[in-house]
Design a protein around this ligand. Sequence first.
Ligand SMILES: *Cc1c(COP(=O)(O)O)cnc(C)c1O
Length: 324
Amino acid sequence: MFTKFPLGFFPTPLEKLTNLNKQFPKYTIYIKRDDQSGLATGGNKTRKLEYLIQDAINKNCDTIITAGAQQSNHCRQTAAACAKANFKCHLLLGGHEPETYTGNLLLSKQLGAIIHFTGENRKGEDIHTLFEKLQKENFKPYVIPYGGSNLLGALGFVNAVKELKEQLDKEKIKIDAIFFASSSGGTQAGLHLGKLLYKLNAKLYPIAIDKSELDGKPLNEVVFSLIKEGLQKLFLKDEVVLEDCNLIENYNAAGYGEITQNERYAIDTLAKSEGILLDPVYTGRAFYGMLDMLNTHKISENSSVLFWHTGGIPANFYYANKLI
Ligand SMILES: *Cc1c(COP(=O)(O)O)cnc(C)c1O
Protein backbone atom coordinates (compact mmCIF):
# COMPACT_ATOMS: atom_id res chain seq x y z
CA MET A 1 0.00 0.00 0.00
CA PHE A 2 2.78 2.42 0.92
CA THR A 3 5.87 2.30 -1.25
CA LYS A 4 9.28 3.71 -0.48
CA PHE A 5 12.22 5.13 -2.37
CA PRO A 6 15.44 3.41 -1.23
CA LEU A 7 17.81 5.87 0.41
CA GLY A 8 19.65 3.99 3.14
CA PHE A 9 21.45 0.82 4.18
CA PHE A 10 18.98 -1.42 5.99
CA PRO A 11 18.81 -3.31 8.26
CA THR A 12 21.00 -1.11 10.45
CA PRO A 13 23.24 -3.10 12.82
CA LEU A 14 22.05 -4.32 16.22
CA GLU A 15 24.92 -4.61 18.69
CA LYS A 16 25.45 -5.61 22.29
CA LEU A 17 27.42 -3.06 24.31
CA THR A 18 29.72 -5.61 25.94
CA ASN A 19 32.14 -3.18 27.60
CA LEU A 20 29.47 -0.80 28.86
CA ASN A 21 27.57 -3.80 30.23
CA LYS A 22 30.42 -4.38 32.70
CA GLN A 23 29.62 -0.99 34.27
CA PHE A 24 25.94 -1.98 34.54
CA PRO A 25 26.08 -5.64 35.57
CA LYS A 26 22.37 -5.80 36.43
CA TYR A 27 21.33 -5.01 32.85
CA THR A 28 22.01 -6.12 29.30
CA ILE A 29 22.38 -3.17 26.95
CA TYR A 30 21.96 -3.21 23.17
CA ILE A 31 22.17 -0.48 20.57
CA LYS A 32 20.36 -0.11 17.22
CA ARG A 33 22.63 1.77 14.87
CA ASP A 34 20.46 4.14 12.81
CA ASP A 35 23.48 6.46 12.90
CA GLN A 36 24.73 3.99 10.27
CA SER A 37 21.69 4.31 7.99
CA GLY A 38 24.06 5.37 5.24
CA LEU A 39 22.61 8.63 3.90
CA ALA A 40 25.25 11.39 4.13
CA THR A 41 26.41 10.36 7.65
CA GLY A 42 23.12 8.68 8.54
CA GLY A 43 20.36 9.22 11.06
CA ASN A 44 16.72 8.45 11.79
CA LYS A 45 15.26 10.82 9.15
CA THR A 46 16.43 8.48 6.38
CA ARG A 47 13.66 6.00 7.26
CA LYS A 48 11.01 8.73 7.09
CA LEU A 49 12.38 10.21 3.88
CA GLU A 50 12.10 6.89 2.03
CA TYR A 51 8.29 7.24 2.27
CA LEU A 52 8.11 11.02 1.89
CA ILE A 53 10.34 11.17 -1.19
CA GLN A 54 8.35 8.36 -2.85
CA ASP A 55 5.16 10.34 -2.20
CA ALA A 56 6.72 13.43 -3.82
CA ILE A 57 7.65 11.30 -6.85
CA ASN A 58 4.10 9.87 -7.02
CA LYS A 59 2.71 13.41 -7.00
CA ASN A 60 5.02 14.50 -9.84
CA CYS A 61 6.72 17.18 -7.76
CA ASP A 62 10.16 18.53 -8.62
CA THR A 63 11.04 20.54 -5.52
CA ILE A 64 11.11 19.73 -1.82
CA ILE A 65 10.66 22.32 0.93
CA THR A 66 11.39 21.60 4.56
CA ALA A 67 12.46 23.48 7.67
CA GLY A 68 14.47 23.18 10.85
CA ALA A 69 17.30 24.56 12.95
CA GLN A 70 20.63 25.38 11.31
CA GLN A 71 22.08 22.19 12.77
CA SER A 72 19.04 20.14 11.71
CA ASN A 73 19.89 16.53 10.92
CA HIS A 74 16.51 16.26 9.23
CA CYS A 75 17.38 19.08 6.80
CA ARG A 76 20.81 17.58 6.03
CA GLN A 77 19.32 14.16 5.28
CA THR A 78 16.55 15.77 3.22
CA ALA A 79 19.20 17.62 1.17
CA ALA A 80 20.99 14.31 0.55
CA ALA A 81 17.74 12.54 -0.35
CA CYS A 82 16.92 15.31 -2.84
CA ALA A 83 20.33 14.97 -4.47
CA LYS A 84 19.84 11.22 -4.83
CA ALA A 85 16.23 11.43 -6.07
CA ASN A 86 16.74 14.47 -8.33
CA PHE A 87 14.72 17.08 -6.48
CA LYS A 88 15.54 20.72 -5.92
CA CYS A 89 15.79 21.23 -2.18
CA HIS A 90 14.79 24.39 -0.29
CA LEU A 91 15.63 24.52 3.41
CA LEU A 92 14.15 27.12 5.77
CA LEU A 93 16.55 27.42 8.67
CA GLY A 94 16.08 29.56 11.77
CA GLY A 95 18.48 32.36 12.66
CA HIS A 96 20.81 34.37 10.44
CA GLU A 97 23.51 33.32 8.01
CA PRO A 98 26.69 32.56 9.95
CA GLU A 99 30.15 33.60 8.80
CA THR A 100 31.36 30.01 8.77
CA TYR A 101 29.28 27.03 7.72
CA THR A 102 29.94 23.97 9.86
CA GLY A 103 28.33 20.70 11.01
CA ASN A 104 24.99 19.90 9.41
CA LEU A 105 24.67 23.35 7.83
CA LEU A 106 27.92 22.85 5.95
CA LEU A 107 26.81 19.41 4.75
CA SER A 108 23.36 20.67 3.65
CA LYS A 109 25.09 23.32 1.55
CA GLN A 110 27.54 20.79 0.09
CA LEU A 111 24.59 18.54 -0.75
CA GLY A 112 23.17 21.29 -2.93
CA ALA A 113 20.30 22.67 -0.86
CA ILE A 114 19.06 26.22 -1.42
CA ILE A 115 19.15 27.69 2.07
CA HIS A 116 16.85 30.45 3.37
CA PHE A 117 17.65 31.92 6.79
CA THR A 118 14.37 32.73 8.51
CA GLY A 119 15.40 34.59 11.69
CA GLU A 120 12.96 34.10 14.55
CA ASN A 121 10.83 31.63 12.58
CA ARG A 122 12.50 28.39 13.54
CA LYS A 123 9.88 25.75 12.89
CA GLY A 124 8.75 26.23 9.33
CA GLU A 125 6.40 29.21 9.79
CA ASP A 126 7.50 30.53 6.36
CA ILE A 127 6.90 27.33 4.42
CA HIS A 128 3.56 28.45 3.00
CA THR A 129 4.93 31.71 1.58
CA LEU A 130 7.81 29.95 -0.14
CA PHE A 131 5.44 27.26 -1.44
CA GLU A 132 3.27 29.87 -3.19
CA LYS A 133 6.27 31.72 -4.58
CA LEU A 134 7.71 28.53 -6.08
CA GLN A 135 4.33 27.59 -7.54
CA LYS A 136 4.12 30.98 -9.26
CA GLU A 137 7.54 30.25 -10.74
CA ASN A 138 6.09 27.03 -12.20
CA PHE A 139 7.85 24.64 -9.86
CA LYS A 140 5.94 21.76 -8.32
CA PRO A 141 6.85 21.99 -4.65
CA TYR A 142 6.25 19.30 -2.03
CA VAL A 143 6.33 20.17 1.65
CA ILE A 144 7.95 17.85 4.14
CA PRO A 145 6.82 18.97 7.61
CA TYR A 146 9.16 19.88 10.46
CA GLY A 147 11.19 16.77 11.36
CA GLY A 148 9.44 14.75 8.63
CA SER A 149 6.87 13.90 11.27
CA ASN A 150 3.56 13.25 9.60
CA LEU A 151 2.06 9.79 9.39
CA LEU A 152 3.84 8.98 6.13
CA GLY A 153 7.21 9.79 7.72
CA ALA A 154 6.31 7.85 10.86
CA LEU A 155 5.74 4.75 8.70
CA GLY A 156 9.52 4.59 8.42
CA PHE A 157 9.58 3.67 12.09
CA VAL A 158 6.63 1.31 11.85
CA ASN A 159 8.76 -0.55 9.35
CA ALA A 160 11.82 -0.20 11.59
CA VAL A 161 10.05 -2.27 14.27
CA LYS A 162 9.58 -5.08 11.76
CA GLU A 163 13.29 -4.86 10.98
CA LEU A 164 14.23 -4.96 14.68
CA LYS A 165 11.85 -7.81 15.43
CA GLU A 166 13.46 -9.92 12.71
CA GLN A 167 16.91 -9.22 14.17
CA LEU A 168 15.76 -10.05 17.70
CA ASP A 169 14.08 -13.28 16.60
CA LYS A 170 17.12 -14.37 14.60
CA GLU A 171 19.53 -13.67 17.49
CA LYS A 172 17.03 -15.01 20.07
CA ILE A 173 17.19 -11.75 22.04
CA LYS A 174 14.34 -10.41 24.14
CA ILE A 175 14.16 -6.66 24.74
CA ASP A 176 12.22 -5.15 27.67
CA ALA A 177 12.80 -1.44 27.12
CA ILE A 178 13.61 0.84 24.18
CA PHE A 179 15.15 4.27 24.88
CA PHE A 180 15.35 6.98 22.24
CA ALA A 181 15.37 10.74 21.72
CA SER A 182 11.95 12.19 20.86
CA SER A 183 11.55 15.65 19.43
CA SER A 184 9.04 16.10 16.59
CA GLY A 185 7.16 12.90 17.41
CA GLY A 186 7.44 10.85 14.23
CA THR A 187 9.92 8.35 15.57
CA GLN A 188 7.87 7.83 18.72
CA ALA A 189 4.56 7.48 16.88
CA GLY A 190 6.09 5.08 14.38
CA LEU A 191 7.70 2.89 17.05
CA HIS A 192 4.43 2.81 18.98
CA LEU A 193 2.40 1.77 15.93
CA GLY A 194 5.09 -0.71 14.89
CA LYS A 195 5.01 -2.32 18.32
CA LEU A 196 1.25 -2.86 17.99
CA LEU A 197 1.39 -4.02 14.38
CA TYR A 198 4.29 -6.44 14.82
CA LYS A 199 3.51 -7.39 18.43
CA LEU A 200 6.83 -6.35 19.89
CA ASN A 201 6.52 -6.61 23.63
CA ALA A 202 8.91 -3.88 24.85
CA LYS A 203 8.16 -0.65 26.70
CA LEU A 204 9.07 2.63 24.99
CA TYR A 205 11.05 5.28 26.89
CA PRO A 206 10.93 8.44 24.75
CA ILE A 207 13.33 11.00 26.20
CA ALA A 208 12.05 14.54 25.50
CA ILE A 209 14.76 16.69 23.91
CA ASP A 210 12.88 19.92 23.31
CA LYS A 211 10.49 21.69 25.64
CA SER A 212 7.97 19.40 24.01
CA GLU A 213 5.70 21.79 22.18
CA LEU A 214 5.05 21.79 18.44
CA ASP A 215 2.88 24.61 17.10
CA GLY A 216 1.83 25.30 20.69
CA LYS A 217 0.60 21.72 21.10
CA PRO A 218 2.16 19.50 23.79
CA LEU A 219 4.25 16.80 22.15
CA ASN A 220 2.35 13.89 23.70
CA GLU A 221 -0.78 15.24 21.95
CA VAL A 222 1.10 15.48 18.64
CA VAL A 223 2.20 11.86 19.04
CA PHE A 224 -1.30 10.79 20.12
CA SER A 225 -2.93 12.28 16.98
CA LEU A 226 -0.34 10.65 14.75
CA ILE A 227 -0.95 7.29 16.42
CA LYS A 228 -4.74 7.60 16.14
CA GLU A 229 -4.42 8.40 12.44
CA GLY A 230 -2.05 5.45 12.06
CA LEU A 231 -4.35 3.01 13.86
CA GLN A 232 -7.02 3.79 11.27
CA LYS A 233 -4.76 3.64 8.22
CA LEU A 234 -3.17 0.37 9.37
CA PHE A 235 -6.54 -1.14 10.38
CA LEU A 236 -5.40 -1.72 13.96
CA LYS A 237 -8.02 -2.22 16.66
CA ASP A 238 -5.77 -1.46 19.65
CA GLU A 239 -6.74 1.08 22.33
CA VAL A 240 -4.27 3.91 22.83
CA VAL A 241 -4.74 6.68 25.40
CA LEU A 242 -2.95 10.02 25.70
CA GLU A 243 -0.96 8.83 28.74
CA ASP A 244 0.61 6.11 26.59
CA CYS A 245 2.21 8.91 24.58
CA ASN A 246 3.83 10.79 27.46
CA LEU A 247 7.49 11.67 27.14
CA ILE A 248 10.12 11.54 29.86
CA GLU A 249 10.64 15.21 30.68
CA ASN A 250 13.46 14.89 33.21
CA TYR A 251 16.40 15.70 30.95
CA ASN A 252 15.39 18.72 28.83
CA ALA A 253 15.49 21.49 31.46
CA ALA A 254 18.52 23.19 29.87
CA GLY A 255 16.55 23.74 26.64
CA TYR A 256 17.03 22.57 23.06
CA GLY A 257 20.64 22.50 21.89
CA GLU A 258 22.07 23.58 25.25
CA ILE A 259 24.93 21.28 26.14
CA THR A 260 25.38 20.38 29.81
CA GLN A 261 27.59 18.00 31.75
CA ASN A 262 24.89 15.35 31.23
CA GLU A 263 25.31 15.24 27.46
CA ARG A 264 29.11 15.39 27.81
CA TYR A 265 29.05 12.52 30.31
CA ALA A 266 26.91 10.36 28.02
CA ILE A 267 29.05 11.08 24.94
CA ASP A 268 32.29 10.36 26.85
CA THR A 269 30.95 7.18 28.41
CA LEU A 270 29.86 5.56 25.14
CA ALA A 271 32.83 6.84 23.14
CA LYS A 272 35.40 5.61 25.64
CA SER A 273 33.76 2.26 26.41
CA GLU A 274 32.60 1.24 22.93
CA GLY A 275 34.12 3.57 20.34
CA ILE A 276 30.63 4.74 19.34
CA LEU A 277 29.88 8.43 18.87
CA LEU A 278 26.70 10.15 20.04
CA ASP A 279 25.59 13.69 19.21
CA PRO A 280 25.26 16.52 21.75
CA VAL A 281 21.66 17.59 21.00
CA TYR A 282 19.60 14.39 20.75
CA THR A 283 21.34 11.09 21.40
CA GLY A 284 23.72 12.48 24.06
CA ARG A 285 20.72 13.70 26.05
CA ALA A 286 18.69 10.52 25.52
CA PHE A 287 21.61 8.22 26.32
CA TYR A 288 22.22 10.18 29.51
CA GLY A 289 18.57 9.67 30.39
CA MET A 290 18.90 5.93 29.90
CA LEU A 291 22.09 5.65 31.99
CA ASP A 292 20.51 7.76 34.73
CA MET A 293 17.40 5.57 34.82
CA LEU A 294 19.57 2.45 35.03
CA ASN A 295 21.77 3.99 37.74
CA THR A 296 18.75 4.99 39.81
CA HIS A 297 17.05 1.59 39.32
CA LYS A 298 13.99 3.01 37.53
CA ILE A 299 14.20 -0.06 35.29
CA SER A 300 13.80 -3.47 36.93
CA GLU A 301 16.93 -5.54 37.43
CA ASN A 302 17.87 -8.15 34.83
CA SER A 303 16.11 -6.19 32.09
CA SER A 304 17.45 -6.07 28.56
CA VAL A 305 17.42 -2.49 27.29
CA LEU A 306 17.97 -1.14 23.80
CA PHE A 307 19.17 2.34 22.91
CA TRP A 308 17.95 3.41 19.47
CA HIS A 309 20.79 5.54 18.09
CA THR A 310 19.10 8.12 15.89
CA GLY A 311 22.26 9.75 14.49
CA GLY A 312 23.24 13.41 14.58
CA ILE A 313 27.03 13.02 14.47
CA PRO A 314 27.77 16.18 12.37
CA ALA A 315 26.48 18.48 15.15
CA ASN A 316 29.53 17.51 17.24
CA PHE A 317 31.66 19.74 15.01
CA TYR A 318 29.39 22.74 15.47
CA TYR A 319 29.40 22.32 19.27
CA ALA A 320 33.14 21.54 19.43
CA ASN A 321 34.00 24.14 22.07
CA LYS A 322 31.26 22.89 24.41
CA LEU A 323 32.29 19.25 24.21
CA ILE A 324 35.85 18.99 25.49
C1 LIG B 1 15.21 14.29 14.52
C2 LIG B 1 16.08 13.54 15.47
C3 LIG B 1 15.53 12.87 16.58
C4 LIG B 1 14.08 12.93 16.94
O1 LIG B 1 13.24 12.26 16.06
P1 LIG B 1 11.72 12.78 15.93
O2 LIG B 1 11.10 11.82 15.02
O3 LIG B 1 11.81 14.16 15.37
O4 LIG B 1 11.12 12.80 17.29
C5 LIG B 1 16.38 12.15 17.39
N1 LIG B 1 17.70 12.10 17.15
C6 LIG B 1 18.27 12.75 16.11
C7 LIG B 1 19.74 12.67 15.94
C8 LIG B 1 17.47 13.49 15.23
O5 LIG B 1 18.04 14.14 14.21
